[in-house]
Ligand binder design. Structure first.
Ligand code: 5AD
Ligand code: SF4
Length: 493
């Protein structure tokens, strides 16, 4: 008789709690960690006090990341201590970029931590957990297993491909960065730029579509630097990869993030006009509107280059909407430099954007430069965000009265409310049955807000629904509404 048959109800449940900080790539990594531990019997929980393993998947990109991790570890230490009193062993892991950068420091300052592993070694998690569980249990002295090398290729061979949220899946296609912007930790924590083999990505996408994904987002710190090889050894660009992905039946939406302006080659730009599944929304960080600042940031592009790329993309796909990242208060940023950022934003008109005060990251070149006064940084951030918020609202309002294809992702906060995204990444709320989650619905947009849209469902699952440039408008009507948006926007700001 098998052990299971003998003790069907006495097998202990084992739970995993993961707290994820930072970008979508960390969300992807956390999902893969959960998949890796599933065969060992760990189920995900949202309650850390139920967990047998607690992992903090950390981000090092901005603001006091290390200190935040240590204060979270302080809280987790109490959970571990309370569990130990009940003879329950809880493993504590620190993953991600802070783990990569601060490995030894973490176990020195928080000796109760069991596992410290970087973004390139989490595929070894099952082995690390087994090893940790074999070490003698002492509450104060964790197992102190540190794995922070850079063995990227091996990692992807070991990962599963079952999407945790099958509606819109994420696939990491590229990792690391060779650009070395002078404010950024990524080249140090994620390592040199490396691309996954093309066929491996196609297979992963096919399996995700088979499991129900309608949308795939290709991820990478510098995703458009993608140069993965096919089995013959030939290199593919991101444009080529997107065109091949578009051949997968049932894959209705393709996105990619995050891109560097310098790597927007002509083929990729043309793909925006030629591949209907490629969504008309692009996150293209510019960081500053001043050439002087871009140069000291070591961004490797200037403003006229950025504007040219935007123009080419608008020519390729008239309705494309843009998002960007901005840093204000960079060391050396004058009033005139900041005014140039506002001017760029006014000219381009972003549908959405992220903006941050510069915060020095230890080990990066900009951290040694003379810093700008905090109050000036706050004032600049506020005026930039006012402008960006006004543009986002104006963009959202252009969709009122249109019908948009919305990929339904989840239930909303209100009773029988659903939430999904338009092709332009606008969060859209409407009422409908839960069974529609995972499907594409046509939604008549009735209202626009700064953070999203609200509407009524018209029709669900419009098969072969992909049209250009907007699902219900003729190109003339579309251009009119865009002009309208621009005019309104200028009036507003
Ligand atoms: N300070 C402020 N913002 C930063 N970013 C990256 N490093 C820093 C830093 N040291 C922002 C950039 C980047 C985004 C992911 O985070 O705008 O594009
Ligand atoms: Fe960081 Fe992006 Fe610059 Fe690379 S290109 S160093 S990831 S900001």
């Amino acid at each position: 008789m098998s052990l299971f048959a003998q003790h069907p109800t006495h097998l202990p449940e084992k739970y995993l709690f993961i707290k994820t900080y930072g970008c979508q790539m960390n969300v992807y990594d956390s999902d893969r960690m959960a998949e890796l531990l599933h065969p060992l019997g760990y189920k995900k929980t949202d309650n850390p006090s139920h967990a047998n393993i607690i992992i903090l998947n950390t981000c090092h990109i901005r603001e006091k990341a290390t200190e935040k991790v240590f204060s979270e570890l302080g809280r987790i230490r109490k959970l571990k201590s309370a569990a130990a009193k009940k003879n329950k062993r809880v493993l504590i892991g620190v993953a991600g970029c802070v783990a990569q950068a601060e490995g030894e420091e973490i176990v020195a300052r928080a000796p109760f931590v069991d596992l410290v592993f970087g973004p390139q070694t989490y595929h070894r998690l099952p082995e690390m957990v087994r090893t940790a569980l074999r070490t003698n249990f002492s509450f104060e002295a964790g197992s102190k297993i540190i794995e922070t090398d850079f063995a990227t290729e091996e990692k992807f061979d070991k990962l599963g491909t079952d999407p945790i949220n099958p509606t819109n899946s994420f696939i990491t296609i590229q990792e690391g960065c060779d650009k070395f912007c002078s404010f950024c930790v990524v080249p140090y924590t994620r390592g040199a730029e490396i691309s996954r083999p093309a066929e491996q990505i196609l297979k992963e996408a096919e399996s995700m579509v088979r499991l129900g994904s309608k949308e795939v987002t290709l991820l990478g710190q510098n995703v458009n630097a993608y140069h993965g090889t096919e089995s013959s050894g030939k290199e593919w660009t991101l444009g080529r990869l997107i065109r091949e992905l578009a051949e997968i039946e049932g894959l209705e939406r393709i996105r990619y993030t995050t891109s560097h302006p310098k790597d927007m080659d002509d083929d990729l730009i043309l793909a925006h006009g030629e591949v209907p599944q490629l969504m008309p929304y692009l996150h293209l960080p510019v960081q500053s509107g001043s050439d002087t600042i871009l140069q000291i940031m070591n961004r490797k592009h200037n403003i006229s280059f950025y504007r040219k790329i935007i123009d080419k993309l608008r020519k390729a796909r008239g309705d494309i909407a843009f998002s960007s990242d901005f840093i204000v208060g960079y060391p050396g940023e004058s009033d005139a430099d900041f005014a140039a950022t506002l001017k760029l934003v006014s000219d381009i008109e972003f549908a959405q954007a992220y903006s941050f005060k510069y915060s020095p990251r230890p080990g990066t070149p900009a951290s040694n430069r003379e810093q700008i006064d905090e109050q000036i940084k706050s004032d600049r951030l506020e005026s930039l965000q006012q402008l960006l918020d006004a543009q986002q609202l104006a963009f959202n309002l252009t969709k009122v009265g249109t019908t948009q294809s919305v990929l339904i992702e989840k239930s909303g906060r209100k009773e029988s409310q659903l939430v999904g995204k338009t092709p332009y990444m606008q969060a859209t709320h409407f009422c409908g049955p839960k069974k529609l989650i995972g499907r594409i619905a046509e939604v008549r947009i009735l209202d626009g807000f700064s953070k999203g849209l609200a509407g009524d469902i018209v029709k669900e699952d419009k098969i072969n629904s992909i049209q250009k440039p907007d699902q219900t408008q003729t190109e003339g009507q579309f251009l009119e509404s865009q002009n309208d948006w621009r005019n309104k926007n200028h009036a507003r700001v």
